[in-house]
Design a protein around this ligand. Structure first.
Ligand code: FMN
Length: 229
């Protein structure tokens, strides 16, 4: 098996949402989970578990829940809002592919935290900071194996809205109390080419020795709001 370089995986690893129905080899799925567990975690507590779903019945139940949540949140919310700008509209239109076709992936991986997450941001930061590196390892390992993947939080336990008419994904997966589903990652054989992610120039995010330039726009907007109230 010839694998690409880490550089290529990082620089061509954009979100892949168009996946073929072809199954993903069990060995590849196990490799993704093994790669996930190589990630750092706070105190090396390894507070993660990964549920791999390939059973068509389970996948279709999960897709149904994700569809219900996605239609309400994205189609009827973000995309129906005339104030949604063109770039956000482009991204969320892409996300509708998952909303309508999640079960076309070869497999669905669900990254779970196995420690309860409190509201205290200083503690929560360590917990989320211990699961997302493992998710990024899954995305990179998938790219290395020529598999497409995307990180989804919609319809997880940290979704901005939950299902009203369908089962929660945590119930479909029979997660025990205290275990929470943080990220949902469809994985499959890509139907579209990999490519460099579209990003602002990296120079915009770099400061040498100390902060230079103006306040980030989003924070400046918040300050303006405070002054006007
Ligand atoms: C925390 C987080 C949550 C995300 N949730 C979703 C989601 O619910 N649905 C989806 O299709 N993409 C989701 N994404 C993927 C982003 O839309 C994607 O990373 C971003 O648009 C950049 O895409 P690109 O790497 O292809 O440029 C999420 C990404 C992150 C980091």
């Amino acid at each position: 098996m010839s694998e690409i370089s880490l550089h290529e995986a990082i620089f061509t690893g954009r979100a892949v949402r168009h996946l073929s129905r072809a199954p993903v080899a069990r060995a590849d799925l196990e490799y993704l989970v093994e790669a996930a567990t190589m990630a750092p975690s706070a105190g090396n507590l390894q507070m993660w578990s990964f549920v791999v779903v390939t059973d068509p019945v389970q996948m279709s139940r999960m897709a149904e829940t994700h569809r219900e949540v996605g239609r309400r949140y994205i189609r009827d919310g973000v995309l129906a809002d005339p104030n949604t700008d063109a770039e956000r509209r482009r991204i969320y239109t892409g996300a509708m592919q998952n909303v309508e076709h999640l079960d076309q992936a070869g497999a669905l991986l669900v990254a779970c935290l196995t420690l309860p997450c409190p509201d205290d941001a200083s503690v929560a930061s360590g917990l989320f900071g211990s699961i997302y590196p493992s998710v990024q390892n899954i995305l990179l390992a998938a790219r290395a194996r020529g598999l497409g993947a995307v990180l989804i939080t919609l319809a997880t336990d940290y979704s901005p809205i939950g299902p009203e008419k369908t089962e929660a994904i945590r119930d479909i997966l029979e997660l025990p109390r205290g275990v929470v589903a943080v990220a949902l990652i469809p994985v499959g054989h890509p139907e579209r080419p990999f490519g460099r992610p579209r990003r602002d120039p990296w120079q915009k995010s770099l400061h040498w020795e100390r902060w230079s330039g103006s306040q980030p726009a989003a924070i400046a907007d918040l300050d303006d709001g405070e002054h006007s109230s």
